[in-house]
Design a protein around this ligand. Structure first.
Ligand SMILES: NC(=O)c1ccc[n+]([C@@H]2O[C@H](COP(=O)([O-])OP(=O)(O)OC[C@H]3O[C@@H](n4cnc5c(N)ncnc54)[C@H](OP(=O)(O)O)[C@@H]3O)[C@@H](O)[C@H]2O)c1
Length: 338
């Protein structure tokens, strides 16, 4: 049986994403093959597509995509925990980087989590890496307590909108930075929007919360950005740094500068702390339990993922161009062609 897969044939702009047709992968012992219905598009996919020098980038040609949702289609020898036809979701961490922009994906059965009935596959695709990241940042790293005040950077993005959704559920008071066109969108997610392009977010936070916020979630990175996020904190505040979205405009030099500033802030006197999130795929039990819990919350309609646009798999290049242009509200999801 043939299937289609999108490959990054060389590093570059969205145009380097090309569909190829090849034999569909066969599940090995312990694996389940999934007929992909939806795959998430993330800032990471763009970073790995653009440059080969980013640590962890796979060699070209490779297939991006970390969030996969689809139906179990074939089982390798020894798989007893899944059945053909079940709707499952999974992150492709075990495949290295990516692998999700494809019509069929094989992974060990322990990487797939059954999606409860009634859930839209595209909503489930939003939940996988974005909500796992947001959950880890909020509950494992920051250990937030109800009614704390938090500032979420990149609040209209995939992870940012997930942080606001989980924050609403946890009873937090949220402030979110976003570009001008996404101010209303951030407000619709229950946060007070701050226009990072037109306002000084430190000043704005200090006006809104004179003592400073309890937690800042920063997926933007950059030395100046981290320093300013730190200044937006109250006396015992925690700054959770977990990404370098700033590299989109400022290039990869942002990464070492961010690491130097993180080191400085770690030893900076005072009670404020800088923390980083851990590896989402390191502990399979945590991954399965947390993803299962998040999918249950989704099925119970306690979470509302924001889908910016559903784009056919074959138009993955258009999806990347949209995310690269900026101003996207929520997550772009690739959907099966026909
Ligand atoms: N550690 C982990 O496990 C993990 C997992 C997933 C993602 N991440 C990190 O999280 C970051 C975001 O990923 P994503 O998939 O959510 O990306 P995304 O959907 O592209 O969202 C990024 C958002 O950041 C906004 N933004 C850009 N520069 C900003 C600034 N200076 N201040 C405030 N907002 C700014 C963008 O808004 P505009 O386009 O409107 O400007 C966009 O809404 C990535 O850089 C990635 O490194 C980390």
């Amino acid at each position: 049986m043939k299937h289609q897969r999108i490959v990054v044939s060389r590093h570059g702009g969205p145009e380097v994403l090309e569909p190829i047709t090849e034999e569909a992968p066969q599940p090995r012992a312990g694996e389940a093959r999934v007929r992909v219905l939806c795959a998430g598009v993330s800032a990471y996919d763009l970073m790995f597509r653009r440059s080969g020098v980013l640590p962890g980038t796979p060699r070209v040609p490779f297939t991006p995509g970390e969030d996969v949702v689809g139906t179990v289609d074939a089982l390798g020898e020894g798989v007893v925990d899944l059945e053909p036809g079940q709707l499952v979701a999974g992150a492709t961490f075990c495949l290295g980087v990516g692998g999700g922009y494809a019509e069929y994906v094989c992974m060990p059965s322990k990487e797939w989590v059954v999606v409860p009935p009634g859930v839209d596959p595209a909503d489930a695709a939003c939940i996988v890496v974005n909500y796992l990241t947001a959950y880890m940042a909020m509950h494992t790293t920051a250990r937030i307590r109800g009614s704390e005040r938090v500032l979420v950077h990149g609040a209209a993005g995939g992870v940012g909108s997930a942080l606001l959704d989980l924050g609403r559920l946890a009873g937090l008071e949220a402030y979110g930075t976003a570009s001008t066109g996404n101010q209303e969108f951030v407000a619709s997610l229950g946060a007070t929007p701050i226009d990072y392009r037109r306002e000084d977010f430190v000043e704005r936070v200090r006006q809104l919360v004179p003592g400073g916020v309890d937690v800042v979630f920063d997926p933007i990175g950059g030395a100046r950005q981290l320093w300013r996020s730190y200044r937006a904190l109250g006396r015992d505040g925690r700054l959770v740094w977990f990404g370098v979205a700033a590299s989109k405009d400022r290039g990869l030099r942002v990464i070492p500068l961010t690491l130097v500033m993180r080191g400085l802030l770690t030893v900076w006197p005072g009670r404020r702390r800088i923390l980083s999130t851990g590896d989402l795929g390191a502990d399979n039990r945590w991954y399965r339990d947390t993803l299962g819990e998040l999918l249950d919350l989704l099925a119970a309609k306690k979470l509302t993922p924001a889908i910016a646009e559903r784009v056919p798999l074959r138009q993955a290049a258009r999806a990347h161009a949209l995310l690269e242009r900026g101003g996207v509200a929520g997550k772009i999801v690739l959907v099966r062609d026909g």
